[in-house]
Each structure stands twice: as C-alpha cells, then as structure tokens.
Design a protein around this ligand. Structure first.
Ligand SMILES: [Zn+2]
Length: 335
C-alpha cells in the first residue's frame, strides 16, 4: 500500500498500545453541519487473525478483508438482533466468499477459490484495492439479515460490475432505492515495529438520510452531500488502515469543517460460532458412505470448519454413539 507521503509502514509511535484501544470497532458518527451520517470501520487484530489463519493468497485475503470491512459498514446501518451475512459468488477463480457479523460483534469469514486460477491472474499483491471482477468473474454480492425471532430475511443483491468492491457498491446505491451512500474500503498489510507484516482493514461510509432533511440549517442539501463525499474521498488507502491514527483523529482530519459528532462504538471480535455439538448434529444426519468420505488416513472422521479452520475429529466409537442416539430419536443421551 502507498499514499502520498509514503509513510505506510511507519511504526514506533509511542502511544501505539493506547491507540490500539479503538481498533476492531465500528465507529458511527454524524456531520453536524449537514446531518450526514456515517460509519468508520477499523480493524487490526481481528482481520489479521482471520486472514492470517486462512493464509490465502494475498489478493484473495485482501478481497476478504475488504468484504469484512464492507459487512461491518452495512451491518452497522441496520438495526438487527441476529446475523448479517454478506456473500459473493462468481464464475471466476474465487467461487464464493462469505463475511458474517452477529449483532454482538462476532465476526468470521472465508473464501472458496481455485488456487491455480488465482495464481494465473498474476495480480499485484500490493494493489491498493482487490480486483473484484478479475477474482470473481461474473458475480454478485448478496446480503441478508437474519433477525432473531423474525420470519422475514431482508436481502439485497448487488451485481459485481465495478473495478473495486466500493465501486460495485456505488453502482448498487445509485440504481437501487437505497439511501444515497458513498463508501471507501481498504485492506492491506503493514509492517509493524517488530518487523511482522500484519493485515489491517478499514471502511468508511456516508449516508444521506431523507429524514435529516428537515433539520438542515443550510440551503443546498445536494451541495452539502457533494462536499461531504469530496471530503471523504480525500482519505488515502493508507490512512484508512494505519494503526497510529485513531478513529477520532481520522474523522477530524477529514471532516473537521463539518463538525463531527461521534457515537458509541460497536466492538468487533474474531469469533466463530462452530462447536463440536453443531458438527455432531450434522454428522448424525449423514449415512455411512458420506461419513466414509470424511475419513482421514488415520481412520478418523475429520470435519474442518471453513470459517475458523478448527478441526473436529471423531473415532468409530464416537460416530457409532452418535448414530445410536440418532436412532433413539435424535436426542443424545448422557452416555
Ligand atoms: Zn469455526
């Protein structure tokens, strides 16, 4: 990654540890002069843990990092108690990519891709943004909100026809009847003080909410919106991810003329929802042939969580016990 001042790898800030306190958060804010709302997503340890664990090729990791930042921005704009899922599918080297957020801030994600086809693209692994069309081909992005206790799932579908993920979202916001929005996304590796490269991701979104119109104190809402978007687009990819700029500093830097009011942050954590019990429930529904396919050389049935790479192993006796309990009516007894 690079920006105008070439300080992308700067480190050694004396207050770095303290600054980290506002990492892995969604920071909502409002521009007081115009009523424009926004959200900033900043992620360090969370996105680094997810991307490092997967060890995907850099262009795939970068795309997943941007998708996680985008999911953070979009999930933050909905009021829900449950799960927000962003899924991209395509006919390109990356077949599927998923980022999901629970309303209590547990985040996970994965990509399913053909490593040979990704390598054949010869993409620049220092590119400022992921090349979404090259990676996914003809693709689309779908987002769903599963609200606990509600029957309806809210769903939106975005055709992937921009050079970057943020551009695809701009096309979508322009075409749909969504609230007018503007988005910036960034994900890249920065070399930290100890010489280790770590992934970081950031996202910034502005929204022009119709209900704010009545409260405006200025004459020209279109001009207000344009000015806000221009201010936002002055952010560099590196500023979006640098750990030594706090969320508040970044917002002030961009929008101080507009008056920035920040609201409570929403903390994010790298946390999967898989468990041995959930895997057992799936295995109980499989027949012997399907189970045989999951057996490793060591004769164990092995299931790896695609999100967090946790491996769950079951020996024959454990499988038999599961099936015995399934025969008893699906209720697992105490033994
Ligand atoms: Zn998992």
């Amino acid at each position: 990654m690079s920006d105008g001042n070439g300080s992308g790898s700067r480190h050694g800030h004396p207050d770095l540890a303290a600054v980290r306190g506002d990492d892995d958060v969604i920071q909502p804010f409002m521009l007081e002069r115009t009523g424009v709302r926004g959200r900033l997503v900043r992620s360090g340890p969370m996105v680094d843990a997810i991307l490092t664990r997967h060890a995907y090729p850099a262009p795939v990791a970068q795309l997943l990092g941007e998708a996680l930042a985008l999911a953070g921005l979009m999930s933050g704009m909905m009021k829900y108690d449950g799960m927000f899922t962003l899924q991209m599918v395509g006919d390109g080297p990356v077949k599927m990519l998923v980022a999901d957020f629970t309303s209590d801030g547990a985040v996970r994600g994965y990509a399913d891709f053909d490593a040979g086809r990704v390598a054949a693209l010869n993409l620049d692994d220092q590119a400022p943004n992921a090349e979404v069309v090259k990676l996914l081909g003809q693709g689309r992005l779908a987002y769903t909100v599963d609200h606990q206790g509600a029957r309806d799932r809210y769903q939106g579908i975005v055709e992937l026809n921009g050079a970057t993920l943020a551009e695809c979202m701009h096309h979508y916001f322009q075409q749909s009847e969504q609230v007018v929005s503007s988005i910036q996304l960034a994900c890249g590796r920065l070399t930290e003080g100890d010489g280790t490269e770590r992934w970081r991701a950031g996202g910034l979104m502005l929204q022009r909410l119709p209900e704010e119109a009545g409260e405006r104190t200025v004459e020209d809402p279109d001009e207000d919106w344009r000015r806000s978007v221009i201010l936002m687009s002055s952010v560099t990819q590196t500023e979006m991810v640098r750990p030594d700029i706090t969320a508040h500093e970044l917002l002030f830097r961009l929008f101080h003329e507009e008056g920035v009011r920040v609201f409570d942050t929403w903390p994010l954590k790298d946390q999967c929802r898989c468990s041995r019990e959930r895997v057992e429930t799936v295995l109980m529904q499989m027949d012997q042939d399907e189970l045989q396919d999951l057996k490793t050389d060591r004769g164990l049935v092995e299931v790896t969580c695609q999100y967090c790479s946790t491996v769950y192993e079951f020996d024959d006796a454990q499988i038999e016990a599961l099936h015995a309990s399934a025969r008893r009516g699906g209720q697992r007894g105490s033994g």
